[in-house]
Ligand binder design. Structure first.
Ligand code: DLL
Length: 442
């Protein structure tokens, strides 16, 4: 291992000391350099001098995605454009894209964080690494890329899509590591099987999967199908990109936060109140070293909990749970809160289903109707004969009961023939909301 794990094995006291020093510096910098932050802090009646302990962070106002949109494109940058060397951003499906910037030092830190993360995931210098995250404004491709190179591994910058070529390159280059969204990896596995290849026989030993919520059941499936260790990587462009946190391959129980660079809090999404360790709520991050685009108490919209206990792997960094889902993706079905990952957990227990699904919301009179579209495996569909067969009806009933028993909600299950659902090449679209469309049609 080329990375000394100093920053990952500090005592809590020492880590807090480092974080406090960096927090003070960050708050001062943004107050002096970014009008948005000065105004927000003035309005909250807080100055940089008020940050004396780590808990004082709670005096600072939150930042939200709308703040990025309102300051589009560069108004939240804390350095002159002459110091910015890279721009990334979100796809902007809901309006203007959100734009973030990096200085040379920011890119350097990011590469270091990701390299450290790849080690944590079981990677080592010399590995050939197949990087199937999209390259472009999205941070996944280039974020992983720089970390792979920094580690001293061989980056294969294949990007997302062109699944057939992905398989040829895996066959020919024999990578030890792979990264992609979990839903795209499923797509790659399916394509391998179509070609008559055994996915368990590839050279791949570990996968670094994230950028979208995924369940333990999907992890189990990917590990079994590919005979690999699959770890979860988390991040968001506003805070940096991939690598904000990552699981260790030894324990795979919570994602180690790069705490020397990011300070995490969990808040009640409704009241903004800070919640204790272990409680589930919205993740909030403050960057501690970023130059071009520092964030103060950025509300991620992601639901998780925090665990400060040292890990059996030897790391002492705070761990966050897997993301349950986004606040915006929470379905309220007859008063019960449900995340798509919870539905996924139930569906993926059934071997008769292919690991693809979508929740479709329709307007049904004054009510919302929640349909879960699932796909039969080719084997089961072949055995069953038709979608109307008793075997398919029995399966539908069994899954409906399982969803009702586990989640306490009733949904309409729609069984589809093999290969009906759109395959993902990046982030899977788990919820299709047709409510406005059907309203418009009326
Ligand atoms: O998705 C960064 C990334 C790239 C992470 C590659 C991991 C791997 P954005 O496009 O800005 O950045 O989207 C960020 O994706 O707020 C979460 O809602 C979701 N997300 C990211 N990682 C995970 C994960 C990248 N491991 C948004 N589990 C975040 C669940 C995730 N959701």
């Amino acid at each position: 291992m080329i990375f000394n794990m100093e920053m990952e094995t500090l005592s809590r006291g020492k880590m807090t000391e480092i974080q406090l020093e960096r927090l003070k510096e960050t708050v001062r910098r943004v107050y002096e350099r970014v009008p948005f932050h000065k105004q927000a802090m003035d309005a909250a009646g807080v100055t940089p001098d008020d940050i004396q302990t780590i808990e004082d962070i709670q005096k600072l106002p939150f930042m939200k995605k709308t703040d990025l949109r309102e300051n589009y494109p560069f108004n939240l940058f804390a350095v002159d454009m002459s110091e910015v060397v890279r721009i990334h951003g979100s796809s902007g499906t809901k309006g203007k894209p959100t734009v973030v910037g990096y200085t040379k030092q920011d890119l350097d830190n990011w590469a270091e964080i990701v390299a450290r993360g790849i080690c944590c995931a079981g990677g080592k210098p010399g590995d050939i690494f197949h990087n199937a995250y999209g390259y472009g404004l999205f941070t996944g491709g280039l974020g992983l890329h720089n970390g792979i190179e920094r580690l001293g591994a061989v980056a294969v910058p294949v990007s997302g899509g062109n699944t057939s070529r992905q398989i040829t390159l895996i066959e020919d280059f024999k990578p030890r590591g792979i990264s992609a969204t979990p839903s795209y990896v499923l797509n790659i596995v399916e394509e391998m099987k179509k070609r008559g290849l055994d996915p368990r026989k590839t050279s791949i030993k570990y996968g670094i999967f994230g950028a979208e919520p995924w369940s333990e059941e999907l992890r189990a499936q990917l590990e079994a199908e590919l005979d690999i260790k699959a770890v979860d990587i988390y991040g968001l462009s506003e805070v940096m990109g991939p690598g904000v946190s990552i699981e260790c391959h030894e324990v795979q129980d919570g994602l180690h936060i790069a705490e020397d660079h990011f300070l995490a809090e969990i808040i009640d999404p409704n009241t903004g109140e800070v919640l204790p360790y272990g409680a589930e709520g919205e993740l909030v991050f403050t960057s501690l070293t970023k130059e071009a685009f520092p964030v103060i108490r950025y509300r991620t919209g992601d639901i998780a909990s925090l665990n400060p206990e040292p890990c059996k792997c030897g790391r002492t960094t705070m761990r966050m749970s897997r993301i349950k889902g986004r606040v915006d993706d929470m379905l309220i079905i007859r008063g019960v809160n449900v995340f798509p990952t919870e539905i996924e957990s139930v569906l993926f227990r059934f071997a008769q289903l292919a690991p693809h699904y979508q929740v479709v919301i329709e307007r049904d009179g004054a009510l919302d109707r929640f349909e879960v579209h699932c796909e039969l495996t080719p084997e089961f569909a072949g055995e069953a004969g038709s979608l109307e067969s008793p075997a398919v009806s029995a399966l539908t009933k069994q899954i409906s009961h399982a969803i009702k028993d586990t989640l306490g909600v009733t949904v309409v299950l729609r069984m589809l023939p093999p290969n009906s659902l759109l395959r993902s090449e990046g982030k899977a679209i788990r919820i299709l909301d047709n409510r406005n469309r059907s309203q418009a049609a009326i």
